[in-house]
Design a protein around this ligand. Structure first.
Ligand code: FAD
Length: 293
């Protein structure tokens, strides 16, 4: 098995991961990026991004392509793959990818928000009416009908927000006790079963067979945890806890982008990726033994 050593290994080649890679490379560090194909599934699905400064009305796929071109022009090594476990060896971190044994002084987690499917065909419908952040996409559904399916009470705030701008808001709690919500939100106790629509979302079939026509569907709070990736990683519910240098509680492990919390946005991911890349570069030069931040 091949053994490669790096200063900085980055999990995820979305905007957070690529920004970290560019900045660590500028600091002369040996950098490896590992991520899926396409590099950022959410960006790939975003039909139009209107809030990335300097590049208005650009599609997510095109913006991602520009990010990739930037990284490629700097000869940054990007490998397609998924890492399931990272082991802390004290001196460094170790991971296995295909036939490669990889060790690195620092790790940057930029894995985005991984979702465990709540309904079949979620991947197919992402960007075609289905999303995971109602408040982010809310303005697209002004005066329309939306449904929010939530695994936890955090969805209530998002539903209340949508009630202010949408014509109809259905809320399906997948948990027991719901709080007081905006009176305009229609709470449904029936469980959702199936997404209706192929090229475009048409509705949701509930367990009792009723089809509710909706323009937008949001599934909230169904993520799987990155703490499975590195045992001991401190999480705040679903997000990795970081300080202002993007350091986690594990020395030499940093995190950036959607995986550290809301807002789930490209510009925030780029900014956090930059800070993580610079801080990882600085830690890789020293790698002191004290743990935590
Ligand atoms: C439909 C839609 C519209 C959107 N519109 C906008 C918008 O208008 N404006 C805006 O700012 N944002 C928008 N977003 C959000 C934006 O796309 C995300 O905030 C951004 O992509 C997050 O970047 P990231 O780098 O944190 O994660 P991601 O882009 O999700 O990248 C995560 C990366 O981690 C990799 N990965 C995951 N697990 C592992 C693992 N175990 N090992 C290795 N690699 C792993 C994935 O393969 C991927 O490469 C939109 C999202 C969607 C879905």
């Amino acid at each position: 098995m091949r053994h490669s050593e790096y200063d900085v290994v980055i999990l995820g080649c979305g905007p957070a991961g690529l920004s970290a890679a560019v900045n660590a490379t500028i600091r002369n560090k040996k950098v490896l990026v590992i991520g899926g194909d396409p590099c950022s599934p959410p960006m790939h699905k975003a039909q139009k991004i209107d809030n990335y400064l300097g590049l208005p009305s650009i599609s997510g796929a095109e913006l991602l392509q520009r990010f990739m071109a930037h990284a490629q022009a700097m000869d940054i090594e990007i490998i397609n793959g998924k890492i399931d476990l990272i082991t802390d060896m004290g001196e460094d971190y170790q991971l296995i990818l295909q036939d490669q044994f990889i060790s690195s002084k620092t790790i940057i987690i930029a894995t985005g928000v991984p979702y465990k499917n709540t309904l079949p065909r979620e991947e197919d419908m992402l960007g075609k009416g289905l999303g995971y952040c109602a408040t982010c996409d809310g303005p697209l559904y002004r005066d329309k009908t939306v449904m929010l399916i939530s695994h936890n009470e955090e969805g209530e705030e998002e539903a209340d927000f949508m009630a202010q701008i949408c014509r109809n808001v259905y809320y399906v709690p997948l948990y027991k006790k719901i709080g007081t919500m905006d009176a305009r939100v229609k709470v449904l106790q029936e469980r959702p079963q199936e997404i209706i629509g192929k090229e475009e979302l048409a509705g949701v079939r509930m367990a009792n067979g009723q089809v509710i026509p909706v323009d937008g569907l949001f599934i909230l709070g169904g993520e799987t945890s990155p703490s499975r990736l590195i045992p001991g990683l401190e999480m705040d519910d679903r997000h990795i806890i970081v300080n202002r240098k993007q350091e986690t509680n594990l020395h030499g492990v940093l995190a950036a982008g959607d995986c550290t919390g809301k807002p789930y946005q490209v510009a925030k991911s780029i900014g956090e990726g930059q800070v993580a890349g610079l801080q990882a570069s600085s830690l890789a030069s020293t790698r002191p033994t004290n743990k935590g931040f």
